[in-house]
Ligand binder design. Sequence first.
Ligand SMILES: [Ca+2]
Ligand SMILES: [Ca+2]
Ligand SMILES: [Ca+2]
Ligand SMILES: [Ca+2]
Length: 392
Amino acid sequence: MATELGCDWLAASLCLGGSDILAAVKENSPTGEFIANLSVTGDPRASAIRLCLTGNNSDWFFLEGRTIRLNTSSARVLDREVQGPVLIAELTCYEDDVIQSQYRILVQILNENDNRPNFLPETIQPFSVSELTAVDSVVFSVKAVDADGDMIRYTIDQSSPDASFFRIDLPNSGNVVLDKPLDYETRTQLQLLIRAEEANSVEKFNTTANLTVNIEDGDDQYPHFLPCTPVSPGVPVCTNPTYTANITETLQELTLQFSPGPIRAEDGDRGLDAPLVYSILSGDDQGRFDINELSGEITLTRRVDDRHLMPSFTLRVMAAQQDDPLKYSVAVVLVRVLGQNLFPPLFNRTMYKGFIIQSSSPASIVSTYGNQVLLVQVSDRDFSDVRTAAPV
Ligand SMILES: [Ca+2]
Ligand SMILES: [Ca+2]
Ligand SMILES: [Ca+2]
Ligand SMILES: [Ca+2]
């Protein structure tokens, strides 16, 4: 038939009739999926023409007669997110190895929702926020991306332990807002589950991220003196101790030993532990007592001449933050003046004799001659009274 019609004319006519091809195919389509039919006059299965696919993306296609089909395999899936939105190739029609015509093939890859949202790792790392952060301010922002280009909305999983501390006002923004005050003194870390979900898809694919929020200490606590006695159980507010020391008339130039002791305070903000400065507010009796402003040690600088005139001193000692003197605490310091201890205690006898009656009782009175209860007496010339005890 080709010989009868004439080679040149026939070849030209068999390759003619085609046109550039615009088509579309869904990503993830199986191999052999129909792309387009060619409208060239000749059929390479029956005519002396040869059709060739060339160009960058030509390996995504194969020809079956005049039909272009998709060429994929289980190892090579058509993925719009990897390949891009279009495939481009050329079709060349040969007659006797001579190019007779050329057509462009442009195949759009249609998107399927085949990707979940993913959080950008740098936006879900543990992070720190000051406990003094204002309520209603944005404390951090998360961001997730969806390779399909789906819009994303963010929510806080209300079942996560510390969900009540945060809220998201604008679901598309990923901005997380502080909903109630933080307090380093009661909680130093919060856990939060955030969900990123496709807003516009049917599938509503989502992903979650567990966030760790470390709370940083802020200067919102005053110093307190040690040891700390809580005002009531479970309330982290201290009652300051009263520090007591005893001195005698003869002592001078002495660092006083206190009970409880030593005199020491600490910042209630344990995470900051602000340095403190100590001072005597009142009761130093014109410099008789001096305080080391860094250590809190109190020194007696001048002896007490007459303990009957000055039986005790009451001082008020302040510990204040060096960086903020308005944050301070005051404790009472009591210094008692005692008589000197010159004499040892003495028993009124060197030997006592006593008797007990045999009995089953584990405790019984010890008696002495004349059926009198045995009494042991001790006296100390530093004290006026005599201490008496009956041994049992
Ligand atoms: Ca996709
Ligand atoms: Ca998606
Ligand atoms: Ca604090
Ligand atoms: Ca403080």
